[in-house]
Design a protein around this ligand. Structure first.
Ligand code: ADP
Ligand code: GLC
Length: 472
């Protein structure tokens, strides 16, 4: 099968979070399974672009909002990611250092989507599936079926939309409707939700199939999806939950290139201790105490706003018998609060504000526990990376966290679960962590057990292939 993934992110080309990890791995494992999967994404000004060789695949020209839209499709020359990678270069719009957060993001991602279908429309053949990821690419199913310039050829190509996060929906005011290529006005309602163009809602209505990244999140969307609840209820027949995998080649404590101390489940006790020592020395923490880390976007979904109070409460209540290390960026106020604590609790706490791929790997490897109090977590990859590195996850029972972590109070449980994103629940979980940390035998059993759980992409691939086949 020929599958074309369309996405705003793909690791290691450009990543802001888990979407990048998934789009960097899913096509690779689809290719390994004998399919022909490729990725098309915007050409940002990233390190990857400058450190790799590309060839021009196609130069196209169309229009957007009555203005010429010239684009170039370049292709990575060596297939080094394990799949064909195509980047869409649109001068002045996409060629910037960051992925998101520009005031003209609407124009940028609409232009990207138009360029992708305009390019596909020139192909001598049709792909078996166009697989779109999140709202930045969710207008494509509508455009393929109802835009006059494309529908004759592309309307019959099956489309899948995977929802990694329904909180962000790509809202576009109707005054910008002329950004889209001319479409059958009778179908305009398929673009709308709540009085504006809603890219994600349009994708849910128009894609042939919709998937989301865990079973529990699929259920949650029907009662909590930032306004789309009724839509998910109505479209439930075409929605499927498929739990993400992780890329075991990138995330492997045995040969992770970011680590200086490698380990396996057999050598985890010693290996983790050596990684922990390195981290603790770097950040002035006491290696004898249990080390709890948080890695992630500092936003409300991740409940980052309650971290400062929860950490202070836990350090006081546990009388300093625990250490915290934070890595993240996001809400400036939370960044400021977390940085301020650096001065209040030296030796017990440290926060690194920013995005640092290398440090994240060292933290998964060196930590004892990973805290994820997320209010919303469609899948969550951090907890799976933590498990792979023998780090006990402490998670709120929601979405993918509840599908992947079993509380240590249950039969064969290996993690800590709690119900509320609150200071009280976090503090109680920290006290459970400190207590179990003292039980070296139990800790070792949990570490080894988690490290041997299979979260590889292989079984998820079969589930995606079944979805694709069901559209034939
Ligand atoms: P989300 O996509 O909602 O942010 P996930 O758990 O799916 O959450 O994936 C987050 C990914 O981003 C993981 O690979 C995690 O290690 C990485 N990550 C998040 N914040 C940072 C950061 N500040 N530095 C390095 N890696 C980060
Ligand atoms: C989103 C979700 C996260 C998920 C990731 C990959 O960013 O917030 O829970 O793991 O996508 O699917």
């Amino acid at each position: 099968m020929e599958i074309i993934h369309v996405s705003a992110e793909c690791y290691p080309v450009a990543k802001a979070g888990g979407l990048g990890d998934v789009v960097g791995a899913l096509p690779k494992y689809q290719c390994k399974a004998g399919h022909y999967a490729k990725v098309v994404m915007p050409m940002y000004e990233t390190k990857f672009l400058h450190n790799n060789e590309f060839v021009v695949d196609y130069k196209g020209s169309t229009s957007m909002a009555g203005m010429p839209l010239n684009y170039t499709i370049i292709k990575e020359r060596t297939n080094k990611l394990g799949f064909d990678l195509y980047l869409v270069d649109i001068k002045g719009l996409l060629d910037r250092p960051n992925i998101y957060s520009y005031s003209d993001d609407t124009e940028r991602f609409v232009a990207f989507q138009i360029a992708v279908i305009d390019w596909m429309n020139q192909w001598g053949h049709l792909p078996d599936v166009v697989h779109c990821h999140d709202h930045h690419t969710a207008l494509i199913p509508f455009m393929m079926q109802y835009c006059y310039a494309y529908k004759d050829k592309l309307a019959k190509v099956p489309t899948v939309l995977t929802i990694h996060n329904a909180q962000y929906q790509g809202w576009i005011g109707w005054e910008k409707k002329h950004y889209l290529p001319a479409y059958d006005e009778w179908k305009g309602g398929l673009l709308e939700w709540g009085k504006s163009i809603n890219s994600l809602a349009s994708g849910v209505k128009c894609a042939w199939k919709v998937t989301t990244v865990s079973w529990s999140y699929l259920e949650e969307l029907r009662w909590s999806s930032n306004g789309l609840e009724k839509l998910f209820e109505y479209e439930r027949g075409k929605c499927v939950g498929i739990l993400n995998g992780i890329d075991n080649e990138v995330w492997n404590p045995k040969d992770d290139s970011y680590l200086s101390n490698h380990f396996t489940s057999r050598t985890v006790a010693n290996g983790k201790q050596r990684n922990k020592l390195e981290l603790c020395e770097q950040f002035g923490l006491d290696v004898r105490k249990p080390l709890i880390v948080f890695i992630g976007r500092l936003v409300g979904e991740k409940a980052a706003d309650i971290l400062p109070d929860s950490i202070m409460a836990s350090i006081y209540a546990m009388q300093g018998s625990v250490s915290f290390l934070i890595l993240g960026s996001g809400d400036p106020h939370v960044e400021w609060q977390l940085s301020n604590l650096n001065d209040s609790f030296p030796g017990y706490y440290h926060a690194v504000i920013g995005y640092n791929e290398a440090l994240s790997h060292k933290m998964y490897a060196g930590a004892d526990f990973l805290l994820m109090p997320s209010r919303v977590e469609p899948c969550g990859l951090n907890q799976m990376y933590a498990m792979r590195y023998g780090t006990v996850p402490m998670v709120r029972s929601t979405g993918g966290l509840q599908d992947t972590v079993k509380d240590m109070g249950e039969w064969e449980g290996f993690g800590i679960r709690f119900n509320n994103a609150s200071v009280g629940d976090i503090h109680y979980s920290v006290s459970r962590a400190v207590a179990v940390y003292a039980d070296t035998k139990h800790m070792l059993w949990m570490r080894r057990y988690m490290m041997n759980i299979d979260h590889s992409w292989e079984s998820a691939i079969d589930n995606y292939m079944n979805v694709y086949r069901s559209m034939k």
